[in-house]
Write a protein that binds this ligand. Structure first.
Ligand SMILES: *Cc1c(COP(=O)(O)O)cnc(C)c1O
Length: 404
């Protein structure tokens, strides 16, 4: 169970049924949350927002006062974010950058390139040498570091140190850093290290990851007698879909980063969360079309489905939701009504995978009642397969505390 904010609730009930489903974003709640995250972090820790979590321009703009920049992972995101929040620092990451994307990023003057391979470094050096300007390009080398300190033994989501297409293998670290330090690429300036090693970690685990990344980076820099200016320890702060009211412990994480920063004076630490910043501000609101019994269980089919909100299908969870009862029933025919206490909510797609939430306690749920699915502000609409079955797209509503 997760309870929508008052603004979302009243908007969700005021929309005509013909305008459902709808994504409703509470920008005031987003601002409040982002401010509290920023407040929990030490001043010298930079906060970038990973745009892939939710790149809606209104979301990017609402975050602007609280973040130091944005992490983009494609030419599309680069152009889009550059337009939505002009002039803000961008870090350009992602594997498989094309020549056109790197060229666009150079033209746009991105603040940091997160370089994913020795080959990409070579290409970046060539393309940056062709510019009219000779100002150096700031590079963070992304490494796929092992998380060997045992602190993550319990985390099934740790991906660092496993074979992956992301980042440079640590066995090649000295060779790649040697190229930069040896003057092979004078147009590139090695600023430090980037690592995004796990997702779904709690604060203590995230602190342990940050410590191991900084320790490893420090040793690398020392071996090459090069100063270590920046370490970006990535995102992946946990969002708990099973208990939606529980949030990542930003205060504990901030305190851990403060200890780490104090032990490494002169080092700029940077984080780039996506999900844990925007998940909470978004709601997918719809209504129940039909209620039916099937082999002893009950199902409510809602307007829309996982083609709009793919998160429960990709994560394999039940999307937290709240029923918003609607008492009026305008039709002459009887209203389908649940008889059991627990009802499984599915969408309109012709596939058994279109499951939004199983066994939701919703006794008496009726056709025409509304349902607000929470934690739909990140990896929701923008990861969904919108065109499958050709249902209409949802509406998008950005509630701004000042304007409601
Ligand atoms: C996806 C991604 C993030 C954000 O991850 P969240 O789990 O949304 O916090 C940060 N950095 C990189 C490199 C990513 O690929």
């Amino acid at each position: 169970m997760t309870v929508p904010t008052a603004a979302v609730r009243s908007h969700a009930l005021a929309l005509p049924a013909t305008e459902l489903p709808a994504y409703v974003y509470d920008l005031a709640a987003l601002r409040e949350h982002a401010a509290s995250v920023r407040h929990a972090l030490p001043e010298n820790v930079e906060l970038y927002y990973a745009a892939k979590a939710n790149p809606e321009p209104e979301i990017l703009a609402a975050l602007a006062p609280y973040v130091d920049g944005y992490e983009v992972s494609s030419g599309g995101e680069l152009a889009h974010v550059g337009k939505a929040v002009p002039g803000r620092p961008l870090a350009f990451g992602g594997p498989g950058k094309t020549l056109a994307e790197i060229t666009a990023a150079l033209e746009q003057g991105v603040a940091r390139f997160h370089v994913e391979s020795a080959y990409e470094l070579r290409v970046l050096a060539e393309l940056s040498a062709r510019r009219a300007s000779h100002s150096p390009i700031g590079v963070l080398l992304r490494f796929n570091l092992p998380l060997s300190d045992g602190s993550l033994a319990g985390s099934s989501l740790a991906m660092g140190g496993l074979p992956s297409p992301f980042g440079v293998d640590p066995s090649e670290a000295d060779e790649v850093v040697g190229l930069l330090g040896g003057g092979a690429y004078p147009q590139l300036e090695l600023r430090g290290v980037h690592a995004h090693l796990a997702s779904g970690l709690e604060a203590a685990e995230q602190v342990a990851v940050a410590e191991s990344v900084v320790t490893w980076s420090d040793a690398l820099a020392a071996r090459h007698r090069t100063p270590l200016a920046e370490v970006n320890v990535g995102g992946g702060m946990n969002v708990d879909y099973a208990s939606a009211e529980r949030r990542f412990d930003w205060a504990a994480y901030g305190a851990g980063l403060a200890r780490l920063a104090a032990a490494h004076p002169g080092l700029t630490l940077r984080i780039e969360p996506g999900r844990a910043l925007t998940a909470y501000c978004g709601w997918y609101v719809t209504d129940v079309l039909d209620v039916k019994h099937s082999h002893g269980r009950e199902f409510a089919v809602v307007r829309g489905g996982t083609h709009h909100l793919r998160t429960p299908a990709t994560k394999g969870h039940d999307q937290p939701c709240t029923v918003l009862p609607v008492d009026s029933w305008p039709h002459p025919w009887p209203r389908p009504t649940a008889r059991q206490n627990e009802i499984t909510l599915t969408g309109q797609l012709c596939t058994p995978k279109d499951l939004l939430a199983r066994d939701v306690p919703a006794p008496g749920l009726r056709a025409g009642d509304r349902v607000a699915f929470g934690l739909a502000g990140a990896y929701a609409w923008n990861i969904s397969h919108h065109d499958f079955l050709m249902h209409p797209r949802p509406g998008f509503h950005f509630l701004d505390g000042a304007r409601n």
